[in-house]
Design a protein. Sequence first.
Length: 96
Amino acid sequence: MEVGFTYCLGKTKTATGHELVWWWIGFICALALSMYLMTKAAERLPIGTVYPVWTGIGAVGAVIVGIVFFHEAVTFWRILFLTTLILLIVGLKVMH
């Protein structure tokens, strides 16, 4: 859902009229579902693990969506820091 609302938000930049309204509705629905799922995860895992992993997944997903769907730049540094972020997310989950 993190990636879904990121994608919808990105589409609002170029949409107009009724299409814009639908992208905003998609954004709000995906965001609400994302928050609901995070609260469900927090019932079973410590919030100190849930929130960083959740935001990390959203950050990684946003970068990938930007590159794949919105043709954002792919640079050495972006890939290096993206990889580092993924390793940190995995580390947090493994160390739980």
